[in-house]
Design a protein around this ligand. Structure first.
Ligand SMILES: Cc1ncc(COP(=O)(O)O)c(C=O)c1O
Length: 361
């Protein structure tokens, strides 16, 4: 029997970067440093404590966690203007559920994060894309013209952008928000790695601004699944309407709280990782690769006539990176110094093959 899948889902593949067990994993922009044994124990103790109450549903509003996240973000925010869910993917899909839907549009600027079309698809929202400038930047005239042309209810702007790493200056965000009634979601998944200040500082000026953040990247908590946003409390309340009840488990809340208390340890490598990515970019440029300037903990580089062959060549040498972004490009996350060494050695090792594969612009 054929299952009665929605027509628009027939033939679709589930999202997912390959999860392959190799020595060097640099494909999903994680922080490569695991928590210390001491911190892992503190998390385990918090889970034991939470387990004592697992016969009851967790705090559906996650007040303690939202207060701690508000305190982390600063700018005088409190829990009523912060919302949390299982990864920022869930936060942004909730936004599309609450503010999108049939007859409504979400606008993005491509190339950008590959999950955005899936939030739209899942929530039956029209998905409209406009290309970025040739250097992958966006600016206020480009965004404003696209908003005028497409009348979206939601605009998704990743800053730094994935997969290009491109930033958006704060004054551009300010101008975009001032010029529209649409909700502007600034996805700052990689904010801690960036040298641009967070758009959280603009929240007091713009009721239509939503800043999405995650603990999956800089915070080294990808497995904990905790994303969050800061926005006006009526936007938070809209997400509370569409969330599933008790969506954040007691364990998730407990672990994320401990992570926030130990933020100094978890964030300790952030500057070194960003510096590692910049150093890798100089190395690539020195080898004649085309490198997209990045403000995040990853780098998009190319151009390869057959990027899949290069990706496979690296994988054969124990290094997993990501086949994503514009044709001919690959993306690598910043790893530990040893991992970056392995990536460079693997690239050099397949260099003779690459010379035939790489196109110089
Ligand atoms: C731009 C961007 N936004 C959001 C996410 C989602 O992260 P999470 O759901 O783990 O918070 C990612 C993950 O790769 C990302 O690259």
């Amino acid at each position: 029997m054929r299952v009665p899948l929605r027509d628009d889902l027939v033939g679709q593949e589930p999202y997912g970067a390959p999860q392959i067990d190799v020595p060097v994993v640099l494909n999903v922009n994680e922080n490569p440093y695991p928590p210390s044994d001491e911190l892992a124990r503190a998390m385990a103790e918090a889970v034991v404590e939470a387990a004592r109450g697992l016969n009851r549903y967790p705090d559906r509003e996650a007040w303690a966690l939202r207060s701690a996240l508000a305190e982390y973000l600063g700018e005088g925010l409190d829990a009523s203007s912060v919302w949390a869910a299982n990864g920022s993917n869930e936060v942004m899909q909730q936004l599309c559920t609450a503010f999108g839907g049939p007859g409504r549009r979400v606008l993005t600027f491509t190339p950008t994060y590959s999950m955005y079309p899936e939030y739209a698809r899942n929530t039956l929202t029209d998905y409209v894309t406009v290309p970025r400038r040739d250097d992958h930047t966006v600016d206020a005239p480009l965004v404003s013209a696209a908003i005028a042309a497409h009348s979206p209810t939601l605009v998704l702007l990743a800053r730094p952008n994935n997969p290009t790493g491109t930033g958006i200056p704060l004054d551009v965000i300010d101008e975009i928000c001032a010029g529209t009634q649409a909700l502007v979601v600034v996805d700052e998944a990689y904010q801690e790695f960036s040298d641009e200040p967070s758009a959280v500082s603009l929240l007091a000026r713009h009721g239509n601004l939503i800043v999405s953040r995650t603990m999956s990247k800089a915070f080294a908590l990808a497995g904990g699944r905790l994303g969050y946003m800061a926005a006006a409390s009526d936007i938070v309340d809209a997400c509370r309407i569409v969330r599933l009840p008790y969506h954040l488990s007691a364990q998730t809340q407990a672990i994320a709280l401990v992570a926030l208390q130990h933020r100094d340890e978890l964030l300790a490598q952030v500057r070194a990782l960003a510096a590692g990515a910049r150093e890798f970019e100089s190395w690539l440029a020195g080898r004649g690769y085309d490198v997209v300037p990045s403000k995040a903990n990853f780098t998009l580089f190319g151009r390869f006539a057959d990027r899949h062959a290069v990706w496979q060549g690296l994988l054969d040498r124990g290094v997993l990176i990501r086949e994503t972004g514009p044709a001919g490009y690959l993306r690598a996350s910043a790893g530990t110094p040893d991992e970056m060494g392995a990536l460079k050695a693997a690239l050099d090792d397949i260099q003779p093959q690459l010379m035939g594969e790489r196109n110089h612009r």
